[in-house]
Design a protein around this ligand. Structure first.
Ligand code: CTP
Length: 474
């Protein structure tokens, strides 16, 4: 098993444990991922010390590189330092339980087994000895190896106890299941469903970390389906939960928008690792429940769902503790624009419609096209091919117009300061009116995206609103 201790760092740690006559073990994710063959260089290394984790961290730092800064978290009895690409965390073995409700841990020193017992899943309870006499020996008191082989997630204790100690573990179970393609063992799964309400005591910041890890999986739908099935979804993400189900009126049914959104998400995950584009895919139809209407003549309508959806994003981001910055604006923009390429593909495409989309989407136009293509979830292959072909035509048209008119990062050929000095006015409403008129004329193809034509229009528009150009000084 010492294959997991190949790195030099473990020899250095081993000599510290041997010198200090303290027992130490590598545990958790490092061991698990090493056995699964998925360790990456930035992986954290978790070390359990039968004694003081903080003291050993200082001793180890001194041995490895006396200049290293050791961060100590006294309340948790842990200490860590970085060495090269590693983040090494030391903790004293604990026997611990939490005060129900308060989440305040009651901690006592314990044995290795005590420490492993209070961890989340058996696959995270494998330990490898770092002491010279037993170096590389493998300890597996909860049969984690067997569960790793069988691809099963199971808690070392009664799941109710493990989840009650830290309800975030319910999300972690689903995250590991999605990430590793493991099955959550029946009793463990039932306990999540039973304890779902307890997720409410967990901070949204911790929940979103797990949700984002699910979003970054190959097939995030697996995770979302489990989150739904366990009853967690309606608590942590009611807007998404609200999308479930199909209504039928007069024999006409609409699609299940929850399942459709998950398909779009999976589709886009095959094309991009951009987390925010993935979020846009998940949220593109989020306002469908709120805009849903049955119109007897035409059937189901979700009129304006793209606009309302983009308006819902800030609130969702705020509640989920996603960033309220340009990432959010990017998601809003894609949600807002997600029907536009479809419209372009259906109608006779005018250059002005294409220019307007280029202007509004800017550099995100390629991501928008990717979202639109992912949005094709029809099972009818002929229909799918037809839609994709239409989007190919839209892409060509976008390229053609962009080459001609450079609309992507539109910079007005006449800017505000030129307008101000041309008419000798102060910044204000008039400047905005003229700027808008120029932009609209360019988008509509009335004038080319060039300075001379724009200046001419500026003078005309200025006259129209009662401005007189300043005589050029002689
Ligand atoms: N752990 C736990 N309960 C939690 C979080 C962590 O029992 N809520 C334990 C697990 O034994 C886990 C170890 O602490 O293996 C380290 O936690 P962490 O670094 O968060 O997870 P990893 O297992 O290393 O996995 P990943 O890096 O994929 O998050």
């Amino acid at each position: 098993m010492s294959i997991c201790l190949n790195d030099k760092i473990f020899e250095a740690l081993s000599s510290v444990f041997t010198e200090e006559k303290v027992r130490g073990y590598v545990i958790g994710g490092w061991v698990r991922d090493c056995i699964l063959g998925r360790n990456h260089p930035e992986k954290d290394i978790d070390i359990v010390v039968i004694g003081s984790g903080i003291e050993i961290a200082h001793k180890a730092a001194l041995k490895i590189n006396p200049g290293i800064n050791v961060s100590v978290f006294k309340n948790f009895g842990t200490a860590m330092f970085r060495h090269h690409e590693y983040e090494i965390e030391f903790v004293g073995a604990r026997k611990e339980s939490y005060d129900r409700g308060s989440r305040k841990p009651v901690v006592e020193n314990g044995t290795l087994e005590d420490d492993l017992r209070r961890r989340d899943f058996t696959i995270n309870t494998l330990a490898i000895s770092l002491n010279q006499d037993t170096y590389g020996d493998f300890l597996d008191p909860f049969n984690g190896m067997n569960d790793l082989k069988k691809k099963i997630l199971r808690t070392p204790l009664d799941p109710d106890k493990t989840f009650s100690d830290d309800p975030l573990r319910m999300m972690r179970a689903i995250r590991f299941s999605t990430q590793l393609n493991f099955t959550i063992e029946e009793k463990t799964f039932a306990s999540i469903a039973e304890n779902a309400e307890r997720i409410k005591i967990v901070s949204p910041e911790r929940i979103i970390t797990e949700l984002n890890k699910i979003m970054m999986c190959e097939q995030p739908s697996k995770g979302f389906l489990l989150i739904e099935k366990t009853g967690l979804l309606k608590i942590i993400f009611p807007e998404l939960d609200n999308m479930k189900g199909i209504d039928t009126i007069e024999g006409k049914a609409h699609k299940d928008n929850f399942l459709h959104s998950l398909k779009v998400l999976d589709n886009i995950c095959r094309k991009t690792d951009n987390l925010w584009l993935r979020w846009a895919a998940l949220l593109h139809d989020i306002a469908k429940p709120a805009t849903k209407k049955y119109i007897p003549e035409t059937g189901w309508s979700f009129h304006g769902h793209e606009f309302l959806g983009s308006k819902m994003i800030p609130d969702i981001f705020r509640k989920l503790k996603l960033p309220l910055n340009e990432k959010m604006k990017y998601v809003q923009k894609l949600v807002d624009l997600h029907l536009r390429p479809i419209v372009l593909s259906q109608e006779v495409v005018t250059d002005s419609a294409v220019r307007r989309l280029l202007f509004e989407a800017g550099d995100d136009v390629d991501d928008l096209m990717m979202l639109c293509e992912a949005d094709i979830t029809s099972k009818n292959e002929a229909k799918k091919t037809r839609h994709l072909e239409n989007f190919r035509i839209v892409r060509n048209k976008l390229r053609e117009i962009e080459e001609k008119d450079a609309m992507r990062n539109f910079q007005p050929p006449v800017d505000g300061s030129e307008i101000i000095s041309a008419f000798g006015i102060n910044p204000g409403r008039e400047v905005g009116i003229i700027k808008n008129a120029i932009r609209e004329a360019i988008i509509e193809g009335i004038i080319p995206n060039e300075h001379e034509a724009a200046r001419k229009l500026m003078l005309e528009k200025g006259k129209e609103i009662g401005l007189t150009p300043v005589e050029p000084a002689i």
